[in-house]
Design a protein around this ligand. Structure first.
Ligand code: TEU
Length: 541
């Protein structure tokens, strides 16, 4: 396969704790992924991205990493990970791992050493330890708010048992932020990249990539949305950090890639991370969060293609991940956009409508130029699950004062087969780490595999067409992108001379170009016309 495989790849996100449980403890593991590689290869994906699999107290679903060179015993061990990377490669699937540079777990050896060493010790300089404000240091050093709500500072107890300094955590208290001004922090991460590239991984997904560098003066931040540099977002130092990571990736070959998790409101700023010599690729959250609306999606697509073209990077198209509401649930709501701060319990949804739109969105996203990411279960059209309050694990729930249901609803163990929990996820009846809904019997992979009208069949067919056709995916040369005008409330575009994708929003049946051969539709045509909330793929040849 070519060295720039990533420009048009289909990349499948595996959430290891919820994909397949081989040892029967109710949590997924790497052996459980290995036994299901045939499913993934058959789905037609080019690579797997694993959310963190390292030893972790799971204060934030494994994004609190205690040791970047090992595997959590819940999931297996390093030999198992190496075997998984090899087995996946043997069926033509590459492996991408998640690296978390912004913070470590409070159980990481560095943080333990920092606590033990006490105030003023060099061990504390790898983190952001500061004295508190107030008469007795009882107030946090500044007013920064954690991404999960509440103060971004927690106070530690000194070796003498008394309240002492504070440390910064942009996420949960179990995730102390690293000081990237410290040379050991920089060097350590370069070694971590090499450690995993040496083990054959094809790429690194960089967690919270725009937050890693801080203004060392730690100034308070304005309460208004920001553009450009900010005390801890999108700082210029990041460009140099990722340039050196790029040199490391390239020393292993042009097929090794760096993929940034970059949430920025400004597309021009976002694209700076994708300039030659910086990152290869980054997740396109603007498209992911857009409402189900032809005009809004068109604006997002145009802007995406424009800023990526200018830096020579491929666009990425994402409909979901482990942090956001499942598409079939979101697209069936009155407000179809995604935002973290509007998530509430009990928001009504029309799942039939949401599913219809999610099918249309999948074909739209898979037809666009660039790479496509899918999150496990998206191909089954799984809805967001309701998790009983006492089983919620995600810290976003508690830190929102109980208002936000958190992100567990999309992280539920995967339903493979059968009519009741654990739906083949575990080899025996066992309580899974998050409970599975009792009505998922018709949504299992096995139930959908033989049904040509299922979401799974749609994804399989679409991924196969996307892979087989030279005008889809990156479509360099053969797949030139051009908008077509098929009326208001319709998004239509060509890829090259033959392929056309048409998405109809609420405007009712749309006439398709004459003499076109229908390759695939997300919903059946009605009298040869494309109904609302549907996408058709056509061949004009
Ligand atoms: O997420 C980073 C991130 O900024 C958001 O996805 C985050 O959930 C949101 O902004 C909260 O307001 C990454 C991971 O994808 C997420 O699962 C982790 O919780 C987070 O980093 C911390 O490592």
């Amino acid at each position: 396969m070519s060295t720039d495989w990533w420009r048009g790849a289909a990349i499948y996100q595996v959430y290891p704790r919820s994909f397949g449980d081989a040892n029967g403890d109710g949590s997924g593991d790497l052996a459980g992924v290995r036994t299901r590689l045939a499913y993934l290869a058959g789905l037609g994906v080019d690579a797997l991205w694993f959310t963190p699999w390292y030893p972790s107290p799971m204060a934030d679903g494994g994004y609190d990493v205690a040791d970047y060179r090992a595997i959590d015993p819940l999931f297996g061990d390093l030999a198992e990970a190496e075997a998984l990377i090899r087995d996946a490669a043997a069926v033509g699937v590459r492996t991408i791992i998640d690296v978390v540079p912004n913070h470590v777990s409070d159980q990481h050896v560095w943080f333990g050493a920092a606590l033990a060493a006490g105030r003023g010790a060099p061990e504390r300089e790898r983190f952001w330890f500061r004295d508190g404000r107030g008469t007795d240091g009882e107030l946090p050093p500044n007013g920064w708010i954690s991404e999960f709500g509440g103060s971004a500072w927690s106070r530690v107890t000194g070796p003498d048992g008394r309240p002492e300094q504070w440390y910064l955590h942009l996420f949960a208290p179990g995730q102390p932020d690293l000081n990237w001004g410290h040379p050991e922090v920089v060097a350590e991460h370069e070694e971590i990249l090499r450690f995993w590239f040496d083990r054959g991984v094809a790429g690194i997904r960089i967690d919270s990539a725009a937050l890693v560098a801080k203004d060392e003066r730690l100034p308070d931040v304005p309460g208004t949305p920001h553009r450009g540099e900010h005390p801890y977002v999108d700082r210029e130092d990041l460009q140099g950090i990722y340039r050196s990571w790029r040199r490391i990736a390239e020393s292993y070959g042009p097929d090794r890639v760096l993929i940034g998790e970059i949430w920025l409101p400004d597309a021009e700023r976002f694209a700076r991370y994708l300039r030659p010599g910086v990152l290869h690729s980054a997740f396109n959250f603007d498209f992911m969060a857009a409402p189900w609306d032809g005009k809004a999606l068109r604006v997002s697509i145009e802007q995406t293609l424009d800023v990526h073209d200018r830096v020579g990077a491929p666009a990425t198209w994402v409909l979901s991940n482990h942090d956001v509401t499942r598409p079939v649930t979101r697209y069936g709501r009155e407000d179809t956009a995604f935002a973290f701060d509007t998530k509430r319990f009990g928001t009504p949804t029309d799942l039939a409508l949401g599913t219809r739109r999610a099918r249309a969105a999948a074909l739209l996203a898979m037809a666009l130029p660039g790479a496509f990411y899918l999150f496990q279960g998206e191909e089954l059209g799984l809805p967001e699950a309701d998790i009983p309050i006492d089983r919620i694990e995600d810290p976003m729930h508690a830190r929102s004062g109980g208002l936000d249901p958190g992100r567990d609803g999309c992280r539920v163990p995967f339903p493979w087969s059968g009519t009741e929990p654990p739906y083949g996820f575990s080899p025996r009846p066992v309580e899974t780490w998050l409970p599975q809904p009792v009505d998922w019997g018709s949504r299992t992979a096995a139930a959908q595999a033989g049904d040509p009208g299922s979401m799974l069949s749609l994804y399989r067919t679409a991924l196969r067409l996307r892979r087989d056709r030279p005008d889809l995916g990156a479509g360099d040369g053969a797949g030139r992108f051009a908008w077509l005008d098929l009326g208001p409330d319709v998004l239509a575009f060509a890829r090259g001379d033959r392929f056309v994708s048409v998405t109809s929003f609420s405007g009712g049946p749309v006439d398709l170009p004459a003499h076109a051969r229908v390759l695939l539709t997300s919903s059946p045509l009605e009298d040869g016309r494309l109904p609302s909330d549907a996408t058709a793929w056509l061949d004009l040849g």
